[in-house]
Write a protein that binds this ligand. Structure first.
Ligand code: FAD
Ligand code: NAP
Length: 339
């Protein structure tokens, strides 16, 4: 047995909300053999197994009666290179943002808009991470996952992952697939996506007219550092709610009542409303109850000022959901994974 398992470990340092709950058992997987050993041990002990990466999309509301396995596998490799297109594979435990920076240093573009997202490569497909008009599905080639039911390895291609808005097959088949490594198709020829106003504005402010992928990455990092709380300073899990998709009729009705409503038409005819705008409009921005609060600069981010429990964050979220439903007839869906 090589896996170092410890009992009754605080998970405070392993979730970006900084919630202090305990794992019955805790271990870090550094290779596939560690993963298999953890699964076998959990099966023999009849203990659930919870896989985590960086803990940046979790809301932990109680002690976890499970073996918590943190993915710490490492490795990045170029699998194919035809001179213009490359396929890069990274192990699940690689930290996302350093991986993005590595691709940019190699001259590979495609991931620049996803700069400074916390977490790991292995968790990125879970909710098809997205920012500034790019989602990983746009550059995704495939992944290898372990089927926890059969112990077999399975390769998934793009279509098989059922990626949607902050959604995937893996979010629905909870606990079945343990993602080991992910493959991305990147390009030496940049095809920049600069639709989002703040990115264009930041580049213009910097006098950049012919942006490179690294320029875009730096611009996005600077915007994010200004707007989003750093989990090392103030506990949070990024956006707490997904942006709701509503009918054009409801969006038009709300636009009549609130001319400054932020709404974007979607390819399927629905309208995407900015959840942060709704929460701000309802007066929640900067709200604080004990140590649970709504960030003062970004209403979509719930924060832990220090000693909030997961239940207190969840209670605050529920109050916001009820208020938004009453005011705007819009249901807000929580984004982080609750345990
Ligand atoms: P965790 O929180 O550890 O886990 C998330 C879920 O995935 C859990 O259900 C866990 O069980 C499961 N999981 C983790 N690893 C694996 C694996 N290898 N195999 C199977 N299941 C696994 N998200 C965005 O989409 N866009 C953003 O712009 C963005 N910005 C953020 C900014 C901040 C400040 C913060 C705190 C969060 C932000 N997020 C954003 C949310 C979060 O960073 C991402 O969802 C990230 O991919 C989560 O990665 P993680 O490794 O921390 O996952
Ligand atoms: P923002 O620029 O204030 O915009 C508010 C919302 O409007 C965003 O959520 C975005 O939706 C939408 N939007 C803005 N411009 C758009 C356009 N040109 N086309 C379509 N939709 C547009 O947003 P923000 O809060 O600062 O976040 C910036 C980006 O980072 C967003 O893409 C956001 O999703 C991402 N982000 C995600 C998290 C997370 O935890 N999930 C945390 C921080 C930031 P989308 O969210 O659908 O892009």
């Amino acid at each position: 047995m090589t896996l170092d398992m410890r009992a009754q470990v605080s998970l405070k340092a392993f979730n970006s909300f900084g919630i202090d709950v305990r794992a019955q058992l805790f271990a870090q997987a550094r290779n596939d053999a560690d993963v298999r050993e953890a699964l076998a041990y959990a099966a023999v002990q009849q203990l659930p197994l919870l896989v985590i990466g960086g803990g940046s999309n979790l809301l932990l509301t109680r002690d976890i009666a499970a073996l918590v396995l943190r993915m710490a596998t490492r490795g990045i490799r170029v699998l194919q290179d035809d001179g213009s297109q490359v396929v890069v594979e990274a192990e699940a435990g690689e930290a996302w943002h350093p991986f993005v920076l590595w691709t940019l240093e190699q001259g590979f573009s495609g991931l620049e808009n996803l700069s400074l997202i916390p977490g790991t490569v292995g968790a990125a497909p879970m909710q098809n991470i997205g920012a500034y008009g790019v989602e990983i599905k746009d550059v995704f080639v495939g992944l290898t996952a372990l089927d926890r039911q059969t112990g077999e390895l399975r390769d998934f291609n793009l279509a098989e992952c059922n990626f949607g808005y902050r959604d995937s097959l893996f979010k629905h088949e909870v606990g079945r697939w343990l993602i080991l490594r992910v493959r991305f198709a990147l390009s030496r020829v940049a095809h920049l996506k600069l639709d989002y106003g703040p990115v264009q504005q930041r580049l213009a402010e910097q006098g950049i007219t012919q942006a490179t992928p690294s320029d875009v990455s730096r611009a996005i990092c600077s915007i994010r550092r200004e707007k989003l709380p750093d989990p090392a300073q103030l506990g949070n899990a990024g956006s707490f709610f997904k942006n709701p998709l509503v009918s054009p009729a409801l969006a038009a009705e709300l636009k009549g009542l609130y001319p400054d409503l932020v709404a974007y038409p979607q390819a399927d005819g629905q309208m995407k409303l900015a959840a942060g705008w709704l929460i701000d409009k309802a007066g929640w921005k900067g709200f604080r109850d004990g140590d649970a609060g709504v960030h003062s600069l970004q209403a979509l981010v719930l924060v832990n000022y220090g000693a909030a429990t997961g239940e207190e964050i969840a209670d605050l979220a529920q109050r916001i959901q009820q208020d938004i439903a009453q005011r705007f007839k819009v249901e807000l869906e929580m984004e982080p994974n609750r345990y």
